[in-house]
Structures are given as C-alpha cells and as structure tokens.
Design a protein around this ligand. Structure first.
Ligand code: FES
Ligand code: FES
Length: 171
C-alpha cells in the first residue's frame, strides 16, 4: 500500500513520517517514535494497554486509531508523565500505594487515569471506576489502582489549596 506523509507531534516532538493507510497509531508511536511504553495488546480496543492522551483529558486507544487520521495532531504518552525525573502526583500515588503492576498494563492504567484527572481533578469513586473500566489487568485487581487515583485527587486538591492560599496572601 502506498505510504503517505503525515505530521504528528508526540510529547512535543513533531515529525514528518510516512505511514501506510492501514497503519495503527500504536505502531507509529512504538516503531517510528521509538516510544515503547505504550503497549500493543489485543489490538481490538478491549484491553487498554495502548492508551495515550489526545487533547488533555482525552484517553485514546491508539490501536483503534489510524495514524493517517492524526495528521497535524498531537498526543502524549506515558513517557511524558514524569517531568525532569520527578514522578507526577498520580505516579507517586501509584508508587506509594503499591498500585504499580506489570509494565504491560501500568502505562495504560496511568494514561487512563491521567486523562480522567486532567478532565475532572475532583473525580469521585464512580468517575474513577468508569475511567478505568477499559484498562484491563487479568492477573490482579483494580483495588489498589483505584485507591491510588483517589489519593492523587486528594494530593492535587491539597496542593491547589496551598497554592491558592499563597496566591491570596501575595495578592
Ligand atoms: S491494544 Fe488497544 S485496547 Fe488492547
Ligand atoms: S496485566 Fe499487568 S499486572 Fe496484570
């Protein structure tokens, strides 16, 4: 099949790349950007291990997306979540509560949860359940993962309250 060039930005890195019309976005992320944190599992939208974020707050199953339809668009992957070697509050909560599972499902769990918290920083248990419903781990459970996302909500709310307090004191 004849390839076409698209311009895609992943984690702020913009590249012109040749893609086949039937090439899935997950293939481009892994094979052309070399970002293998995003996993390729069922390739049919059932497991969530390929989850990336499109616009902030938007979880995208990259196995179901045609790369060619992402011409001119941008996305973020698990590799973008830590900043300068610092874990994000969400990653920190996973770490502290023992919610880090295997390297295959954890990136998708984090990216699903990140999309939720970007869209709804005050997510409640129901919203957390819903956001994680498509991120499957068949070997253990979601209990610690859900606790970790709830912890991240608390930590982020506390950090915002401190920031607002100091902004108010300065203003
Ligand atoms: S690989 Fe995309 S949902 Fe399973
Ligand atoms: S698939 Fe990762 S721990 Fe089960």
């Amino acid at each position: 099949m004849k390839k076409q060039f698209i311009r895609l930005t992943v984690n702020g890195d913009t590249r012109e790349i040749a893609v086949a019309p039937n090439q899935a976005l997950v293939e481009v992320i892994r094979d052309q950007f070399g970002l293998t944190g995003t996993k390729r599992g069922c390739t049919s939208g059932s497991c969530g291990v390929c989850t990336v974020n499109g616009a902030p707050g938007e979880a995208v199953l990259s196995c179901l997306e045609l790369a060619i339809e992402w011409d001119g668009r941008s996305l973020t992957t698990i590799e973008s979540v830590e900043q300068n070697g610092q874990l994000s509050p969400l990653q920190q909560a996973f770490w502290e509560l023992g919610a880090v599972q295997c390297g295959f499902c954890t990136p998708g769990l984090i990216m699903s949860a990140k999309a939720l918290l970007d869209a709804n920083p005050a997510a409640d248990a129901e919203a957390i359940n819903e956001a994680l419903a498509g991120a499957i781990c068949r070997c253990t459970g979601h209990i610690k993962v859900k606790e970790a996302v709830a912890r991240a909500v608390e930590v982020m709310a506390a950090a915002n309250a401190v920031k607002e307090g100091s902004d108010g004191a300065q203003g």
